[in-house]
Design a protein around this ligand. Structure first.
Ligand code: GAL
Length: 685
């Protein structure tokens, strides 16, 4: 039984670095934190040298004092294990712990995350520092939980040290047993890549035109993910053996990492780091960009990793390193808006990154709530406002995000799509198009990783599932989706579905492979739309298309193979004009849809109509496009909270049919109501 339940109230906090500041500032910092309504700090995730200044010599004094004082102010502490930044003495003495580029160049001391997960000595020294810390802090009354490392696979997510090559060989031996199987899985007969001794086998290495064997590249990503998970699990096993009453989490959502399996095997819950102003550097393309609102998509990914989650770092100022990621200051109100974006999407805690801007180092431009000068400022005021509001939101704790539609994803296709130029770019466009189309119609969406242990019951709560481009589609997943349809669900597939097996080979069978029967289609012919070509449009069966729908990027030319398969739309253009582009087949009480192209906003809108998807507040609230709707519901009572988030710099008008209480102000709202720029309303349903 834990003394502290990470989900029993909404927590507000900050990332704090006592080692960066004169000790005389700490008390004032803690006092002001509690005045602002902050109750949690995360500390120590980069401080290894402070704990172990020399190999095997340990010192806890500085953090003992920092944490004891935090405790006196009633602050709870999440303790970071400091393994993202090995000490200089360590990398100097044991250079084999360094990560290496594919070209063979070792990363050196001077930044962070320059280590690899497989060097035995790094594992040993990591295990020792974690054990020392867990032993020392397991009984500290302020320490409520642990963050393992920091942002696993951030900065770099490929690893080519000698230790990694060696560990990869062992990983392959246990996956394939012998070289014959390995050669078969990697299609090694092609271009004479056949291996005759395990010592010849490596992670991908430099090749002409940087084109590695695609099957090897896919296994490499699986291996990297497994390496990261086993490293995290090693740490979490140690912590749990000393501190079963403190929670274990880690933060961030990064590539080549099966975060779902990591969370299941090693964490109590997952944490995400949310920096919505990256939208200023990497905006989404096309009309009506989502910009910072797109972070709802990433929060949905985090929510699928663990339904209860924390935002361990929430952007609280302008951003950037000295050399990259330059981004503007959040406008007044935006920091608060993003805090509620996290909460609306299901987070139970939000910690601002960081309490105060670092006056030195690479991150001098990643601003915290407090500026270098440490004088009052608008961001501190905004944090205080949120702190006061959180005190009124007690009843929201424990409620969960609600949606009737889910977007399906899986790691195999994500990783395979990085190399596969016929696949990866499609997924990005299709996912964003669906997200946008649903967002602007105020239809909340879940994202579900369907590659793991998902069961039928997990899917039956959704009215529709969208699986845009499941190139690698196992028979198990195909069967699961067939059952879902038979039970009354609706599933939508896009082009390029079901044409690869688990190794990434294209088996000799008609497309779309394991879902051909479910959808009642065969793919007769297919083509990429060349960069100089215009995609054909799609003609709906009724002939009435109010807006042109372009069959983007790739076209599967379909034929129907079942009497009950219905052609809903045909291609209007190119050499396959008149051939089916969208087919629906009933099964049990549901329907499977196959669409032959990548999705864009217009085709997603068309399908939203066909699937009869509607906003859950239709008829109760009228919302303009700039306002996001998120719903959290209490599982026990069914009580609902409607979060209305205005992402625009303009005031927005909404219409409320009945009367509803706004939770932060306790105002009764009905009729025409204005939401100020970047403002938020939380209505009790
Ligand atoms: C996160 C990281 C923090 C800090 C922040 C701002 O990715 O965990 O340590 O670097 O970004 O750059």
């Amino acid at each position: 039984m834990r003394d502290f339940e990470p989900q029993d109230q909404l927590y507000l906090g900050a990332c704090y670095y006592p080692e960066h500041w004169p000790e005389k500032l700490w008390e004032d910092d803690y006092r002001r934190m509690t005045d602002l309504g902050l109750s949690v700090i995360r500390v120590a995730e980069f401080a290894w040298t402070i704990f172990e200044p020399q190999e095997g010599i340990f010192s806890f004094d500085l953090f003992d004092r920092a944490i004891d004082l935090a405790h006196r102010y009633g602050l709870k502490v999440v303790f970071g294990t400091p393994t993202a930044t090995p000490p200089a003495w360590l990398t100097h003495k044991y250079p084999e712990v360094l990560n290496v580029t594919r070209d063979g160049v070792a990363y050196q001391h001077g930044q962070r995350r320059h280590y690899n997960y497989n060097a035995p000595i790094y594992r040993e020294l990591s295990a020792r520092i974690v054990r020392k810390l867990a032993e020392h802090y397991s009984d500290h009354p302020a320490v409520v939980g642990w963050q393992i490392d920091n942002e696993i696979n951030c900065e770099v997510n490929v690893f080519y040290s000698q230790a990694d090559h060696a560990a990869f060989r062992e990983w392959l031996k246990s996956r394939y047993g012998n070289l014959e199987q390995l050669n078969a899985a990697w299609g090694a007969v092609f271009w004479n890549q056949t291996y005759t001794d395990w010592e010849q086998v490596y992670l991908t290495r430099p090749t002409p035109s940087q084109s590695p064997n695609p099957h090897q590249a896919l296994d490499e990503k699986r291996f990297i993910s497994d390496s990261a998970i086993s490293y995290v699990k090693m740490q979490s096993d140690i912590i749990r053996s000393f501190a079963p009453h403190q929670f274990v989490t880690t933060n961030g959502l990064f590539g080549h990492l099966d975060s779902h399996r990591m969370a299941k095997e090693a964490l109590d819950f997952f944490s995400y780091d949310s920096y919505p102003n990256f939208a200023a550097i990497y905006p989404d393309e096309g009309p009506d960009p989502l910009l910072d609102r797109r972070w709802g998509f990433y929060l949905s990914l985090a929510r699928d990793v663990s339904r209860r989650f924390w935002v361990m770092e929430q952007q609280s100022g302008p951003g950037g390193w000295v050399n990259r990621m330059a981004s503007p200051s959040p406008k007044p109100g935006q920091m608060r808006l993003w805090t509620y974006q996290s909460i609306a999407h299901g987070a139970d805690a939000v910690l601002y990154f960081r309490w105060r801007t670092a006056p030195m180092g690479t991150e001098i431009y990643w601003h915290g709530i407090n500026d270098y000068h440490n004088q009052p400022n608008r961001r501190v005021d905004e944090a205080g406002r949120v702190g006061r509001e959180f005190a009124k939101l007690a009843e929201v704790a424990g409620s969960q995000f609600q949606a009737d539609v889910a977007l399906l994803r899986d790691y195999d296709n994500e990783w395979d799509g990085e190399l596969d130029k016929w696949l990866g770019p499609l997924t990005k466009q299709s996912e964003l198009s669906w997200y946008k189309a649903l967002q602007y119609r105020h239809i909340p969406l879940e994202i579900v990783n369907v590659g793991g242990g998902v069961q039928l019951d997990d899917l039956l709560r959704f009215k529709a599932l969208i699986y845009p481009h499941a190139a690698i589609l196992s028979d198990r997943t195909a069967e699961l989706l067939s059952q879902y349809v038979r039970h009354g669900g609706q599933v939508v597939f896009g082009c390029r579905s079901g044409y690869k097996d688990e190794s990434g080979h294209c088996p000799m069978r008609p497309l779309p492979g394991p879902i051909a029967d479910l959808c009642g289609v065969n793919v007769d012919d297919f083509t990429l739309i060349g960069t100089q070509e215009t995609a054909p449009t799609v003609l709906l069966g009724s002939g009435a298309v109010s807006e042109a729908i372009f069959a983007d990027r790739f076209n599967d030319v379909l034929t129907i193979t079942a009497d009950d398969a219905q052609i809903l739309a045909t291609y209007d253009g190119s050499y396959y004009a008149g051939k089916p582009a969208l087919v629906r087949r009933p099964s049990g009480s549901g329907f499977a849809y196959y669409y032959g192209a990548a999705f864009n906003r217009e085709s997603a809108e068309m399908l939203i109509e066909l699937l009869d998807l509607r906003s859950p507040v239709q008829g109760i609230l009228t919302l303009p496009p700039a306002v996001e709707l998120c719903i959290r519901r209490q599982p026990a009572t069914g009580e609902e909270y409607w979060f209305l988030l205005n992402y625009s710099a303009e005031e927005q008008k909404i219409e409320i049919v009945s009367r509803h209480t706004e939770l932060m102000t306790l105002r009764e709202l009905s009729g025409s109501v204005a939401i100020a720029p970047f403002d938020v309303l939380i209505l009790k349903a």
